[in-house]
Design a protein around this ligand. Sequence first.
Ligand code: ATP
Ligand code: MG
Length: 573
Amino acid sequence: MRASQLLMPTLREVPAEAEVVSHQLLLRAGFIRKVAAGIYNILPLGWRVVRKIMQIIREEMDRQGGQEIMMPIVQPAELWQESGRWDVYGPELFRLKDRHGRDFCLAPTHEEIVTALVRQEVNSYRQLPLLLYQIQNKYRDERRPRFGLMRGREFIMKDLYSFDRDEAGLDISYQKMFTAYTRVFQRCGLRFRPVEADSGAIGGNVTHEFMVLAESGEALVVFCPREECGYAANVERAVSPPRREEAVEEARAVQLVSTPSMHTVTQVAAYLGVEPSRIIKTILFQTEKGTVAALVRGDREVNEVKLQRVLGVLRLEMADAEAVEEITGAAPGYAGPVGLKGVEVVADEEVTGMVNAVAGANKNDAHLLNVNPGRDFAPHRVADIRQVRAGDPCPRCGEALQEARGIEVGQIFKLGDKYSRALGAYYLDEYGQSRPIIMGCYGIGVTRTMAAAVEQNHDENGIIWPVPIAPYHVVVVPVNYREEAQAQLAEEVYRELLAAGIEVVLDDRPERAGVKFKDADLVGYPLRITVGARAVETRNLEVRYRATGETQEVPLEGLVSHVQEFIASAVRG
Ligand code: ATP
Ligand code: MG
């Protein structure tokens, strides 16, 4: 490809609307252009990256026996009503009407369509297991589309659905996809980690997320540093054994103390001279089932995902100051479980073991000393509602857990019979007995993976593509294209590389060398071959490696094999 012909509109300035590096660099390097919030054109370089990721995914899905199909994006409301999701999906679902006034939606995911297909076409155990997948646009009217391709309203997803006779079959399909996903992200050249995750609204309860590790990741994960152990989980899901107090002391009488203008655990702890871990933190939440008081030890945070799961509610929001005053009779910061009326009290497991604790008095500027759970208040429920953090013991081996940030690029779920029962997808087993098909679903965000690759692999000059998904492997840069000899040698190098089947761009634009070098770094070609006056003289070419910045002189005769070896060592099938 000749750069003079390539639609690669690079920008010098950092676009003001782009907050994260991947968004900035994909705009600046001319890979994407915005059409509307969360909706993008993908330009030639960007599309080459997307196609490479899709190709790797296809090969790994096919390797596990997946069959590629194509399902519609425009879907009738009836199927979504059958599954019950038409009403619960909420404003993320793009809804539309046809000319007859019938309701449709743009697919955010395809469980309904694929289950309806399978209920029609599969009726015997002999047709199972079945793995069906597609790679296609998805539509979600996200509350906050942002970060470019990271959270779009239109994005490309690979979604695979597995259909099995029973749970044992599902275990096998799930394991196949776990393997396939691991291979996909390895082959893309990314550093990643599969983690246990929360299954949220989609149903089922076994699920893993695949996280590309990057500082800018939205997700926080904890993991055990011992490789033989391997425990890793999204903090939304992570567990750790409760820490109990060691010193057992006599329960003393409750005492009211003044704590003027002390609103936070840190302030109260300092003022009273106690450790934060001796304080009961009381946080009020509103849910569709009423108000809830969540109690955790003062050095802990409430894990809202766990709390939501314990309560079985769809909506959970921290109560505002007005609601707190109405319920406790005091400003936020002074809520406590003793004498608290009209709310459900959920205590974390660690709270029940506390002795002579400090808690809010439900009075302004006051706390209680020597609060003893069981004696002074009785929670309605005791559960694990605390957030795990670095340093907590691993639930498997006890080692101190570590933290990392990640970008969720894929998720795999065991669904069980949720959709097959709702939509009536049954099969006849070998005894003629009708049984629900057991399902799993497995998604990879293709465009998000491209953005995640940039988040993980860049420097101040631009993108550093992992070789397997680079748009092109090589750029040939004549220092001065107007110099006849340089132009000729550059053309010769370009033709030889092309003839060898190497993905190469010749930067034949009439630009200064500095501009071309800057663009080469910004676009992130793994190799840059410079053709200057010295190369004309010596017929040795300077090869520069984008990832390390190192350069090497390579004679023209050995150039093709040098480049081929470099690519082969980085790209494995
Ligand atoms: P998130 O929690 O980030 O919203 P999700 O759990 O809703 O993701 P899934 O329904 O599991 O996502 O979709 C499968 C994959 O599709 C995700 O792992 C992610 O890589 C990608 N994905 C989901 N939503 C978006 C989006 N708005 N833009 C780009 N990719 C997305
Ligand atoms: Mg989502």
